[in-house]
Structure formats: structure tokens, C-alpha cells
Design a protein. Structure first.
Length: 497
């Protein structure tokens, strides 16, 4: 018998973005817990620790033994899910949640996860981090068979695939669904009897397993376990599906075995520095990145200044390796969201000034090495460099803790289309002119691989997904074939930019 939903509380405010675009955007954090009183309150805390993975909207679904409860709100977890009335509505000992970063367009509440539907054998809620690269193709085929979609999110496709599966048992239906999707997906799903976690065959996005006094937890990052005092058990393996029930946990491997291609950008920028992913502490990796950068691109200077907060660990590594003082020459106002997060160019431009201020006393008359994690459009660097020059720096040298970002991500990290990526249209010298620095250095791709503990990048079989830097995508991109981004792939792959 189908479970009835007693409450779907959708906050009726739409997010700030205007027209929906025709691309799926997901940059998210997921969290789930099975078998614990106040499950939804714990999910709230977990999502709060994962807030850096998405700040526009969030949702939590719980199951109380007879009914599902669904809450979706636009805004930060701390602003929306800490209200007692909201938590009181989310009864039950099992709960999953999702925090979402919506980019320009497609940011309406209808896209906020977890998605929930009543299927023939009961309710199913799904939360997804990643991006399904054949979702539009699958969606069109389903629509031809009469399926109706209520969102522009790729995640809803999974719900439909499970719903239309002819398999009898939930696990088999879920397996049949995930075998039809391609791309990057770390999923957490909830039915009346189970919590399911699943990672795509290449393990592009993270998903970890934790334990809180016997209650199983699934989370995007370990920092979400720390906040509730849970024990880290292990990373889910690429292609692994775990099923948690009242009898315990089982592990399945529904896909053809494949070599892991974890997203290297999680180490560069996306994951929180206090998380450990795939056996490496993110802060350690970022510091090593700084060390590699100092070796590859040394510079005669007086101080090393991070662009806070994203450049800080790499700047520490750089300063230690270079033997130069580390100084907070730029101060960040913590009461503004990530610059990048604001949809719309005009706000984004304004955002940089709202967020950072030069610490004139540290900078005046000095030769400054600025360290940031990446250059995307170049807007942040341009403004920061101007600010540091206006504060009286004698020289400004920019060092970037990753290789040039040349290609868009189709796996769940929000990057603009290729044409808007500064490194896709300019050489390093041209970029240095554009951001008005005395010198500009990026980390090499081999340097990045060394920082994560490899001897270098294996060109024949890369150990990570580094598509944003190399332009080599580890899966086919069915929905995007013919798009500008993809047309230039063959050029990039042969270095023929
Ligand atoms: P831009 O101004 O477009 O060059 O953006 C560069 C800044 O955005 C860097 O300081 C990064 O810390 C940050 N950044 C890079 N990639 C992302 C991303 N996918 N989402 C949010 N912020 C990002």
C-alpha cells in the first residue's frame, strides 16, 4: 500500500534567478540517517556542515513509520530549518536531506530536493549530488511514453526510472534505474523500509558512510559526521550501492567495474578543508598544492597573501616552501555569501568588493604574492589585484593553486560555459595582462597530481576526473553533444587550443 504524505511544505518564495534555462545544474550536499530519534534535526546539522556545497535552497524528507513528511525551503539551513515548527513537522527516525546551489536560471523551488513521489509500492525520496549527463535524453524518451515531469532537474529522471521499472523488489528497481543513467551521481534515497546510498561507477562525487551509536549515516563529506559526533566508517566505493534497513547494511555493485575517477576539483576548491575524502585530508592536499606551486613558480617577493578563504591553505604551503612570511593582507567579510553564488553578472561584480578588503598596513610598499585556488571568469582576480594595488603594493604576483580552468564541468561543479572561462580564450601571458599582475603562475597538472600523492598524471589512464583542466571527460556527454563546450574537446585533448 502506498504511504501517504501528510505534509509537503514548500516555501513559496522562488529563488532570485529568472527564466529557467535548459541545462541541469547541481552543486550539492546530501545527508541521510536511518534509525535515530530526531532524525530530521540531525539531518539539519549535517546539512549545515555541508552548506558550502550549496546555499540557495534545501530540503528534508522524513519517515515516521507510517507517513512521509517533506519540507523544502529557499535559503540557508540556519535560516530555514532551525525553526521549531519546521523540525516538528519532520517526524520520524529516518530522514534524508539535500542542500542545493542553484545557478542562473532553473532556480525555482520545483527543483529543490529531495524529490518525493508516491510509487506503486510506496513513497520514494531521492537526493542527488552530481549531474546526470544523459538525463535530457532519458527524459525525452520517458515523456514520449507519457511521463510528466514537474521540474527541470536531472534527479527527477531517476524517480521516473524507478517508478516505471517492471522489477518487483525496491533494490532491483533502483538498480535498473541507476544503470540507465550516466555521469556523476552520489545519491541518497529513502523508502518506507530502506535508506539507499549509491555512487556512480567512476565515483566522481564523494559519499561517505558514518555511524552514530548504531544509526547509519550517509553524507557528502566527513565534516558532516564531525558536527554530530558520528564515526567515519568509510567512503562508499565507486559504483557501490548500500542498502540500510532495520536488519543492517548490505553492499551491492550494480555496475560494470571501472577505474575510479574522483573529481580532483573537490580537493582544489569544493570540499571543506576539514573533510577527508577518498583517504586524503583536504587541508593537507591544499597545503601540498601550495608547496608544489612554490617549487614550480617561485617569485622574489616580500609577503604571501591568500585570497580568503579559498586560497588560504595553499598560501600557507607556498609561504612555508618559499620561506616567505604569510600575512593576511586581505580581510574577508564573513557575512556575505560566496561571490560566485550570486546569480547575475552585476551582483557578482559588486560581490567581490562586499566580500574582501585590503589590509593596507600589511600591503603598502610590499612585493606581494597573492594565492587563490582558481581563476574562472577572472572577475575575482581582477578586482582583488586592483584592490591590492590601490592599497599600495609595489608588485603583485598571482599564483593559482590549480591548472588553468579551460573546460566546463558536466558533473556537478558549476562552471560557466567554456567561452566565459578566461583560460579558454587567453594564454597565461594574456591573462596576466587582463588581471594586471606583474607575473602569473598556475600549478601544472602533474603538480596537482603530486599534491594528491601521485607521481604525476597518467596520461593514458588518468587517476582522477580533471576535465575542467584537461578537457578530457571520463564519460560520454550524451545530452551535450554538439554544445560549444564539447565541440572543442578534441582540440583540447590534443593540446590544440
Ligand atoms: P572568477 O571571478 O569567475 O574568476 O571566480 C574565481 C573565484 O571563484 C575563485 O576565487 C574561486 O575560489 C571561486 N570558484 C571557483 N570555482 C567555483 C565554483 N565552481 N563555485 C563557486 N566558486 C568557485
Amino acid at each position: 500500500m502506498a504511504d501517504s504524505v501528510i505534509g509537503i511544505h514548500d516555501d513559496d518564495r522562488e529563488t532570485s534567478a529568472g527564466e529557467a534555462d535548459d541545462h541541469f545544474h547541481d552543486e550539492c550536499g546530501v545527508f541521510g540517517i536511518f534509525g535515530r530519534q530526531d532524525a530530521a534535526a540531525i539531518v539539519t546539522l549535517g546539512l549545515h556542515a555541508l552548506q558550502h556545497r550549496g546555499q540557495e535552497a534545501a530540503g528534508i524528507v522524513s519517515y515516521d513509520g507510517s507517513q512521509f513528511h517533506v519540507e523544502r525551503h529557499v535559503g540557508l539551513i540556519g535560516d530555514t530549518f532551525t525553526k521549531q515548527s519546521v523540525i516538528d513537522r519532520l517526524q520520524g527516525t529516518r530522514s534524508i536531506g539535500h542542500t542545493r546551489y542553484a545557478t542562473t536560471g532553473g532556480a525555482g523551488l520545483r527543483n529543490v530536493q529531495p524529490f518525493f513521489a508516491e510509487l506503486s509500492d510506496g513513497g520514494l525520496a531521492i537526493a542527488h549530488n552530481g549531474n546526470i549527463t544523459n538525463a535530457m535524453t532519458v527524459q525525452r524518451a520517458l515523456q514520449k511514453q507519457g511521463a510528466i515531469f514537474s521540474s527541470t532537474s536531472d534527479t527527477e529522471t531517476i524517480l521516473h526510472l524507478v517508478a516505471t521499472s517492471k522489477q518487483r523488489d525496491t533494490n532491483a528497481r533502483f538498480v535498473e534505474a541507476v544503470r540507465q543513467i550516466e555521469g556523476a551521481f552520489s545519491l541518497v534515497a529513502l523508502t518506507s523500509k530502506k535508506m539507499i546510498g549509491c555512487r556512480d561507477p567512476l565515483g566522481i562525487r564523494p559519499l561517505v558512510l558514518g555511524d552514530l551509536d548504531g544509526a547509519w549515516i550517509l553524507a557528502s563529506e566527513t565534516c558532516a559526521l564531525d558536527i554530530i559526533g558520528a564515526r567515519f566508517v568509510r567512503d562508499l566505493k565507486p559504483g557501490e550501492m548500500v542498502v540500510v534497513t532495520t536488519s543492517g547494511i548490505e553492499s551491492h555493485f550494480p555496475f560494470e567495474p571501472a577505474k575510479s575517477r574522483f573529481c580532483i576539483f573537490e580537493y582544489v576548491y569544493f570540499a571543506r578543508p576539514d573533510s577527508s575524502v577518498e583517504g586524503r585530508n583536504v587541508y593537507d592536499v591544499r597545503k601540498k598544492i601550495g608547496v608544489e606551486l612554490a617549487r614550480e613558480s617561485p617569485v622574489d617577493a616580500d609577503i604571501v597573501v591568500p585570497v580568503p578563504d579559498s586560497g588560504t591553505p595553499a598560501a600557507i604551503g607556498f609561504s612555508q616552501e618559499a620561506g616567505l612570511p604569510f600575512e593576511l593582507g586581505i580581510i574577508r567579510n564573513h557575512y556575505v555569501g560566496r561571490t560566485f553564488i550570486s546569480p547575475g553578472d552585476s551582483i557578482r561584480h559588486m560581490g567581490v568588493k562586499l566580500k574582501h578588503n585590503a589590509n593596507r598596513r600589511m600591503i603598502e610598499g610590499k612585493r606581494v604574492v597573492l594565492v587563490d585556488d582558481s581563476i574562472v571568469r577572472g572577475t575575482t582576480s581582477q578586482k582583488i589585484v586592483q584592490m591590492v594595488r590601490e592599497a599600495g603594493a609595489k608588485e603583485v604576483h598571482m599564483r593559482i593553486a590549480s591548472p588553468p580552468t579551460r573546460a566546463s564541468c558536466f558533473y556537478g561543479v558549476d562552471t560557466p560555459e567554456k567561452a566565459k572561462l578566461l583560460a579558454s580564450r587567453m594564454s597565461v601571458e594574456e591573462m596576466a595582462d587582463f588581471i594586471r599582475v606583474d607575473s602569473l603562475g598556475f600549478l601544472s597538472i602533474d603538480g596537482l597530481y603530486r599534491a594528491v600523492g601521485e607521481t604525476g598524471r597518467d596520461a593514458q589512464a588518468p587517476q582522477f576526473c580533471d576535465a575542467c583542466f584537461s578537457g578530457e571527460y571520463p564519460t560520454r556527454l550524451l545530452d551535450f553533444e554538439g554544445a560549444d563546450n564539447v565541440r572543442s574537446l578534441s582540440l583540447l585533448a590534443t593540446g590544440g587550443q
